[in-house]
Design a binder for this molecule. Structure first.
Ligand SMILES: CC(C)(COP(=O)(O)OP(=O)(O)OC[C@H]1O[C@@H](n2cnc3c(N)ncnc32)[C@H](O)[C@@H]1OP(=O)(O)O)[C@@H](O)C(=O)NCCC(=O)NCCS
Length: 241
């Protein structure tokens, strides 16, 4: 039995429903993810300069992992909405294979070499007790998640990050940090790339207010043209913990 990683580009591919089942089981807060029923529309390319991609990992035809991600032409970068692997198949290199395939596809979309891919990830220190309990029930651990992303090459962008909507009372989500995996090792990222990425990611979703939120994010760089890429592990869990 071997896990097969493949790109899904047909909006009628049954693997899309399988990806939905996998992500709902793998993630502690599935209501925060893009529902699988939207994916056919995303793959059909109805989102302007944003191009959407789905990669799945299958074991005997069953989806056991996957990644939904985007090439943001206006920014010239990638953003990944979700990467997940079935609980029973973790720590066997499936996410790494999905991550590598994601870079290959983003390079293709970029027509060369994409500078890197962004994700947003919960910060364990800002999770509520209820969320930590949900993590436990889902068989995941927010510290381990960040350890895994660090191993894959992600670093935290040193800026206060908020997802503009979807938080308590419809306000911002403040439990996330922005992470970046540069294609080539780097210790900083251009503020302009970060801001352009979020503007492009938020635009199809938030319309004109995306510009305001992008400017707010930019203001938190306090004029710095480059932002440090720091360890994604909060200090309390740095080795030897
Ligand atoms: C995060 C996740 C995708 C990793 O998937 P995976 O298939 O287990 O990861 P891999 O086996 O490919 O491992 C990738 C790297 O992370 C490391 N890693 C994986 N799990 C780890 C853990 N629990 N603790 C420390 N390191 C870990 C691996 O050792 C590997 O590094 P290496 O190749 O240098 O040894 C998986 O745990 C998951 O699906 N979690 C729930 C869903 C989720 O939270 N997704 C992210 C949403 S933002």
């Amino acid at each position: 039995m071997s896990v097969v990683v493949r790109e899904v580009s047909d909006p009628d591919d049954p693997a899309i429903a399988g990806f939905g089942v996998m992500q709902n089981a793998a993630y502690f807060a599935p209501e925060t993810l893009i529902p699988a029923q939207y994916i056919p529309r995303l793959l059909a390319g109805e989102t302007g300069p944003r191009r959407n991609f789905l990669v799945v990992a299958e074991l005997e035809g069953r989806v056991v992992g996957g990644a939904l991600f985007h090439w943001l032409a206006d920014a010239g970068s990638g953003f990944s909405s979700f990467l997940g692997v079935d609980r029973a198949l973790r720590q066997q290199g499936v996410a790494r294979r999905l991550h590598e395939q994601r870079f290959r596809i983003l390079d293709r979309a970029a027509g060369g070499r994409v500078p890197g891919v962004f994700i947003d990830v919960v910060n364990p220190a800002r999770l509520s007790k209820q969320d930590l309990e949900r993590e436990r029930r889902a068989g995941s651990d927010p510290w381990d998640r960040r350890r895994a992303f660090e191993r894959l090459g992600f670093k935290q962008v040193d800026i206060r990050y908020e997802q503009p909507v979807g938080g308590p009372g419809g306000g911002p989500v403040t439990i996330l940090d922005l992470l970046y995996c540069p294609h080539e090792p780097a210790s900083t990222v251009a503020t302009r790339l970060v801001v352009a990425t979020m503007r492009a990611y938020w635009s199809p979703w938030l319309g004109q207010s995306a510009e305001r939120h992008a400017r707010e994010l930019e203001s938190r760089a306090h004029g710095a043209t480059r932002l440090a890429l720091i360890s994604p592990l909060p200090p309390a869990i740095d080795p030897p913990y």
